[in-house]
Design a protein around this ligand. Sequence first.
Ligand SMILES: [Zn+2]
Length: 85
Amino acid sequence: MQEKHNKKSATPQEFTDNFAKKAFGRSRTDSKKQNICVVCNASCKPEDFKDDLSAQEYQITGFCQKCQDEVFDDPQNGTLEEDPD
Ligand SMILES: [Zn+2]
């Protein structure tokens, strides 16, 4: 059996870059160069994050602390899993 890999395999970095470009008009890489949030342009210096994990998350997503809190820690959602209805 032959498997064809026609799917273009993008790295997570490429994926978030493309996502950010489409969604926000600039890439995560561009924002990171300037240490700003890809979403809201807030300052993203190491001291702007509450912990190392959040600082690392910025390296991956380009989201500032505030945007990470909104995306990942929304108390109203509680979980990212969809409710089976
Ligand atoms: Zn932000």
